[in-house]
Design a protein around this ligand. Structure first.
Ligand SMILES: *Cc1c(COP(=O)(O)O)cnc(C)c1O
Length: 411
């Protein structure tokens, strides 16, 4: 016989997945409704309304794509890109490479530009490149989880709008934890994530897009309708129609819109979860939520510095929901992480590619972002580092965080 699941209660301080909001987990136990049941379609419409507020947009279209965050990225890029389209991807970490790879798979002529990891782009450099190569789409990451950096977007968005370029933004890590202003920053299509700052399990990707994107989707859809015409010649092949069925946003519009055309079977329980997660965000208030994230980030950063550790990355563009720490010379980062997990039930993250073995990453996202967790990780990390022979400033870290919580100015 297999045993019933009995998982440990972990303190999860990675940049995703993070601890789920208890209310979200409870909402997932709500009974299933049929997806065309008026009670359920009302929940769908309400979720769209709530997502518009989360994305700070007046766009009509705001709904989740079923699948993890990259399903949202693939739906947006795959529905916009036609083979040969030029796409500019400015890369400053691992997730820029994901945008590149997905664009390439849909046949785009991808042009990349890179900057040093740990920094972001000067908007002027991106704008120059847009002028030079004249892409159809610029695809960029807002909060780069792998390096803990936050890219300012408004100037780039404005330039894209002026030059009639579509601006696609991966805000998977930042949505719900720091400002993402879709309309003010001239973002044409934006993808969010659930398992990061929304504290909803992984399995859906909320997206939003505007009428510029919609117009293009409708153009590609018309051609597909033409093919459904029995007189249409097979030699036209798929024409310009969107290559993926699952990720075809024009079909998803008919599914989420008044036509309610059947597409996939809705991930009902995940929608309950997302709705509850966003309801919590709106209840807390966006500004209050963002300042809560900043408070705990400050306490963590002051604690890390007081311990004598160094932060990685340019502080001027630090992502408030991910803090990267340089692993001290000679310390086995993985051994530290393993001890944190085994002895303290705390999970923190390592990083990828050139940063593997060089930094630890601590996420302060959503429900995981709270005082108990910050004090807990600082105390535990100090103990584990002492155990690893690191000469830390003993007893300082938790005190520095408490100073922040008790409103004293950090020294
Ligand atoms: C986590 C993350 C993704 C990928 O999300 P999945 O849910 O794993 O598909 C994409 N972009 C960014 C910036 C992320 O942080």
């Amino acid at each position: 016989m297999y045993k019933e699941l009995n998982t440990s209660m972990r303190t999860i301080l990675t940049p995703g997945p993070v601890e789920a909001e208890p209310r979200v987990l409870r909402a997932m136990c709500t009974p299933i409704l049929g997806q065309f049941d008026p009670e359920f379609t009302a929940i769908m419409n309400e979720t769209m309304e709530m997502l518009r507020k989360l994305f700070q947009t007046n766009n009509h279209w705001a709904f989740p794509v079923d699948g993890t965050s990259r399903a949202g990225i693939e739906a947006v890029l795959g529905s916009l890109i036609e083979p040969g389209d030029r796409v500019l991807v400015p890369i400053y970490g691992r997730f820029g490479h994901l945008l590149t790879e997905i664009s390439e798979r849909y046949g785009a002529d991808v042009v990349t530009m890179e900057t040093t990891w740990g920094k972001v782009f000067d908007p002027a450099a991106v704008i120059n490149e847009i002028e030079r190569i004249q892409p159809k789409i610029v695809a960029m990451v807002h909060g780069e989880t792998s390096t803990g950096c936050l890219q300012p977007l408004q100037e780039i968005g404005w330039a894209c709008r002026q030059m009639n370029v579509l601006f696609v933004v991966d805000a998977v890590a930042s949505i719900g934890g720091t400002d993402v202003k879709v309309d003010d920053w001239y973002i044409d299509a934006c993808i969010g994530g659930t398992q990061k700052c929304l504290s909803v399990p992984s399995g859906m990707a909320p997206i939003t897009f505007n009428s510029r994107v919609e117009a293009l989707l409708l153009e590609r859809k018309k051609i597909e309708r033409g093919l459904a015409d029995p007189d249409a010649s097979y030699s036209t092949g798929l024409g310009r129609s969107i290559r993926s069925n699952y990720f075809d946003l024009s079909q998803l519009m008919d599914y989420w819109g008044p036509a309610r055309l059947n597409h996939h079977t809705e991930a009902t329980s995940m929608l309950y979860a997302l709705r509850e997660g966003v309801r919590i965000v709106l209840e807390e208030g966006l500004e209050e939520r963002f300042s809560r994230h900043r408070l705990h980030e400050t306490a963590l950063v002051q604690g890390i510095k007081a311990m004598g550790l160094e932060l990685y990355g340019d502080p001027a563009c630090k992502l408030p929901v991910v803090t990267c720490i340089s692993i001290p010379d000679g310390v086995n980062g993985e051994s530290v992480r393993a001890m944190l997990l085994e002895d303290f039930h705390i999970e923190i993250a390592s990083s990828f590619g050139p940063l593997k073995g060089k930094i630890w990453r601590i996420g302060t996202m959503g429900y995981s972002c709270r005082k108990k967790n910050i004090l807990h990780v600082l105390g535990a990390l100090e103990a584990v580092l002492i155990r690893h022979g690191v000469d830390v400033h003993t007893g300082q870290a938790v005190q520095a965080a408490l100073d922040v919580y008790h409103g004293e100015k950090p020294q």
